[in-house]
Write a protein that binds this ligand. Structure first.
Ligand code: ADP
Length: 907
């Protein structure tokens, strides 16, 4: 080749072009470089055509429509062989270019530079002729006539002069000839459009293109892209148009369909119930940037779109719920475009927490890694679900408490179950439940629980919250507890307190639960108390029955010992030493008799001699006795002694009760102290006595001694219960008080604060005596020639008593039982002044005997002696003629006094 070969280089990237130019120049080639935009400019067209290059290298990359550019250039340089450069992605384009006349194509791989020169040389070395042949062979497929688009030439007036077959086919005309000589504008549907094209023609000579709605020969319409270039022939100045016409109906259809679907998508995007967002992932920084989001998304985030776009990486205002993906997982998801889902919560400026369920899909758009997210606010659902679950938990807790209340054997077991149920129900981190004697904790220790309990407010009737802003415990927020009383019908038994999740999040529900639990436990505790009381009373009654049974036989034995001793004491020949011994026997026997009496008193089986008793006089008398007998360091105080309060009772028995209480008080005050006796009228309101009708009087014995521990207090009235050392107490004192008070239809109770003394209350129904009480007349000694019928089945006792009574100057007719008395004395019984009879006897008992004899001797009077007065209705008030009812063992002095009184009343 003699001349250096000419290369025309066309591309769109100046730097790349420069690089290639240098490369080609280095191989001593002549290079003309042009930008596509310049090469296709109408004004440059002729220049380009004239270059007469040996080879055109056209870079088809980075062109909006590379095929279009290539075709235009082919038209411009029909003689010049063309080599196309394309990127590896443009494979399809390469094929088309080769099919449409390119002599060669190269892909712009990194090795391009090295290979380019070699290829160019090869092409240039081919014989000109063969190159031409190659070019035209290739181009044969795309000759003017067979070009895939319509090609035409027209006059400046729009008259078509040359058209190819493709154009005729597009416009539905059977041959090219028929189309020639027609006006281009006539094929336009829109007249106005046609006018514009005509105007453009007269106004300026340049390229004009547009999309036009055209009508085919068969009247069908089509959309066509038409471009016309007005060419001025340099020599003649003749103006003609060179044009392209392309059927774009299908393209338009697809486009408008796309546009419609885009519009639909936009509507969905804007009005979706869910939040939609598009993020660009920034792998280098590991962060992301919000590109677009809809209104709902902003709403959920609680921020405006502008704010969110400014924040960009909204991960900063999210809180992921659940597991966070690892880096490797993130990478995998992105690489394999795996959609994923999960939950998060916005950190909203308004502080309102929400729960968002999201699903995200990684996609790549134009090489950019994006993520499309669809978010749904499920806060309400979660709350509804949580609330349902919470209610279920609370119901379960209540059920557990009810179950525990039914199953528990005592208050302690109940509290322990209930506090556990409470903790589970409230998701509490700690709870305490207590009554007066018991405490149960869960999640906290007892010391902590006691600190909580110090804040308990006893005046609250139902559950309430305690807030402590000053507490340093939790991050400045302060502590919050829930507290509820354990109550039943207004009576407070204790309380419960808890702290935990539900208390903070759902205080209303938690309060309702706590109130319910408090009431449930309250009712159960009340049941336990009642049960305890019943049990206690049952125990007392059982012991009483047992004791009374023993006491009956015991009494007869003691009576014999006592009377025999007294008889022996009367022996004139007795030595002083023996007399003293006998005295000791008599004293001990008396003591034993006293114990039996206490047992009988307690078992409600003693005999009462009831009369109106003035309680003020009673406490005065007791106080006098105490002042005389108690040590000096115990001060005796009488309060309210002027009150005129009467009860119907046995003076001696009541005195005994008060003395027992006083003796205990003395024991409780070894270092001395104050003992007060008080009488008062009870007001009906606010006291347990309110349950009872009528007026009540209260005796109080109070000391400031050691007091009674809480665990001892419930047992003190039990017989044989004592805390005193052996020999000091037998535990019958309070049991006797209990029995005496019960027999008077009253109540006895005690309160005590250990270390601060104790108070005992005896409550008795008041009594209003009608006649003034006559002062008792004292017996003046045995009356002469008094005849006594003495009936007693115990022979030893009968004989002893007969001896004693005779010693006192009475004439005694003894009998073992009723039958014997009748058989033995018969009609002479009318001479009897008084009958003394034992109550319990085989066959006829004492009362029956009295009634039998009284039928014959209507004036008969009887004294009944009883060791075991089994029935209350056997009171002497019930039977006319029974003047006294004495309890065995009876001393001679008591009996003679009664005999004298009976005789006097008869007289
Ligand atoms: P005893 O006196 O024989 O022990 P009681 O039935 O009189 O029997 O009393 C029972 C128990 O009650 C006593 O052992 C004592 O522990 C307690 N107690 C009774 N009264 C008082 C009091 N005033 N102060 C302290 N403890 C008392």
């Amino acid at each position: 080749m003699s001349h250096p070969a000419k290369i025309l280089l066309i591309g769109s990237d100046k730097t790349l072009l420069a690089e290639m130019e240098n490369l080609l120049r280095s191989a001593a080639l002549t290079v003309m470089t042009m930008l596509w935009s310049d090469a296709l400019l109408p004004s440059a067209r002729n220049g380009v055509a004239r270059i007469q290059a040996n080879l055109a290298i056209v870079d088809l990359r980075a062109l909006a429509d590379p095929l279009d550019a290539f075709r235009r250039l082919q038209l411009l340089l029909p003689e010049t062989p063309c080599m196309a450069l394309a990127s590896p992605e443009q494979e399809l384009l390469v094929e088309t270019a080769l099919a449409e006349g390119a002599v060669d194509c190269m892909l712009t791989t990194p090795k391009l530079q090295a290979r380019l020169l070699k290829r160019v040389r090869l092409l240039l070395e081919l014989e000109n002729a063969s190159l031409h042949a190659l070019t035209s062979r290739r181009r044969g497929a795309v000759s003017f006539d067979n070009a895939p688009i319509g090609l035409f030439r027209c006059t400046s007036g729009g008259m078509l002069t040359v058209v190819n077959s493709t154009m005729a086919r597009i416009l539905g005309v059977s041959s090219r000839e028929l189309l020639q000589e027609t006006l281009l504008w006539d094929w336009f549907v829109d007249r106005e459009e046609a006018g514009r094209w005509r105007d453009v023609f007269t106004a300026q000579w340049s390229l004009y293109s547009g999309e036009c709605w055209m009508r085919r020969a068969d009247n069908a319409t089509l959309w066509a892209r038409v471009s016309i270039e007005w060419v001025v022939e340099p020599e003649s100045g003749f103006i003609y148009g060179e044009g392209l016409l392309e059927d774009i109906t299908e393209q338009r259809r697809v486009q408008s369909a796309l546009r419609a679907s885009e519009e639909k998508l936009r509507l969905i995007f804007e009005h979706a119930f869910d939040g939609i967002s598009i993020y660009e992932e920034l792998p280098e920084s590991g962060s992301r940037r919000l590109l677009e989001c809809n209104d709902r998304y902003c709403e959920m985030a609680g921020r405006s779109r502008e704010e969110l776009l400014t924040i960009g990486n909204t991960s900063l205002v999210h809180r992921k719920i659940g597991r966070v993906f690892t880096r490797a997982e993130n990478l995998f998801i992105r690489q394999h475009k795996i959609p994923y889902r999960g939950f998060f919560s916005w950190i909203r400026p308004d502080g309102k927490p929400n729960v968002i369920e999201y699903s995200a899909a990684p996609i790549d758009v134009e090489g950019r890694p994006l993520t499309i997210g669809i978010d749904r606010d499920i806060t309400d659902q979660i709350q509804a679900q949580e609330s349902a679950m919470r209610r279920a938990d609370h119901m379960e807790a209540i059920n557990a408490v009810i179950g525990a209340a039914a199953a528990a054997v005592d208050a302690r077991a109940l509290l322990e179950h209930a506090v556990q149920a409470l903790v589970q129900g409230l998701i509490a981190d700690g709870a305490v439940m207590w009554t007066r004697d018991e405490i149960a904790v869960a999640g906290i220790d007892e010391a902590e629980a006691r600190r909580w309990m110090a804040r308990f407010d006893r005046t609250q009737a139902s559950a309430y919250l305690i807030e402590d802003a000053s507490s340093p415990a939790s991050s400045g927020q302060g502590e919050r507890w829930l507290a509820a009383p354990i109550v039943h019908e207004g009576r407070l038994f204790g309380g419960l307190m808890a702290r935990g999740a539900d208390v903070d999040a759902w205080p209303e529900d938690a309060l309702a639960l706590a109130s319910a639990v408090g009431k449930e436990v309250g009712a159960a505790v009340e049941r336990f108390h009642l049960f305890e009381q019943t049990l206690q009373q049952g125990r007392i009654a059982a012991v009483g029955r047992l004791a009374a049974g023993v006491a009956h036989d015991f009494n007869n034995i003691l009576a014999v010992i006592l009377l025999q001793t007294q008889l022996l004491e009367l022996e004139p020949t007795l030595s002083e030493k023996s007399r003293l011994r006998l005295h000791t026997i008599a004293e001990r026997t008396q003591y034993a008799a006293n114990l039996v009496r206490q047992i009988l008193d307690f078992s409600l089986k003693s005999v009462l001699n009831k009369a109106p008793v003035n309680l003020s006089l009673l406490i005065d008398e007791v106080a006098d006795l105490l002042r005389r007998t108690f040590p000096e360091n115990i001060q005796i105080i009488v309060e309210n002694a002027s009150l005129q309060g009467f009860v119907h009772g046995d003076f001696t028995m009541l005195k005994q009760a008060l003395l027992n209480l006083a003796l205990n008080a003395q024991d409780a005050m070894p270092e001395g102290g104050t003992l007060s006796l008080r009488v008062e009228r009870l007001e009906g309101t606010g006291d347990s006595r309110a349950d009872h009708h009528g007026e009540w009087l209260r005796l109080t014995v109070r000391d400031d001694g050691v007091g009674i521990p809480a665990d001892v207090l419930p047992h003190i009235f039990e017989p044989f219960f004592t805390t005193k050392e052996v020999g000091k107490g037998v535990g019958l004192g309070l049991a006797q008080v209990y029995g005496i008070v019960k027999q008077h239809g009253g109540e006895v109770s005690a309160v005590s604060q250990p270390g601060q003394g104790a108070a005992f209350f005896i409550d008795l129904p008041a009594f209003h005596p009608e006649p003034p009480i006559a002062p008792p007349t004292l017996p003046t000694g045995p009356s002469a020639s008094v005849r006594l019928l003495y009936v007693e089945d115990e022979s030893l006792l009968r004989e002893t008593f007969c001896d004693l009574l005779e010693l006192h100057g009475y004439e005694v007719w003894p009998a073992a039982d009723g039958e014997e008395a009748l058989a033995r004395y018969g009609e002479r019984l009318a001479e009897v002044d008084l009958m003394i009879t034992d109550l319990a006897m085989p066959g006829m008992n004492g009362v029956e005997l009295h009634r039998e004899l009284r039928r014959r001797l209507p004036s008969l009077r009887t004294i009944v002696l009883s060791g075991y007065p089994a029935e209350h209705h056997l009171s002497h008030h019930a039977y006319e003629g029974i003047v006294a009812w004495l309890q065995k063992p009876v001393g001679v002095a008591t009996l003679t006094a009664q005999i004298e009184e009976a005789l006097k009343a008869k007289a």
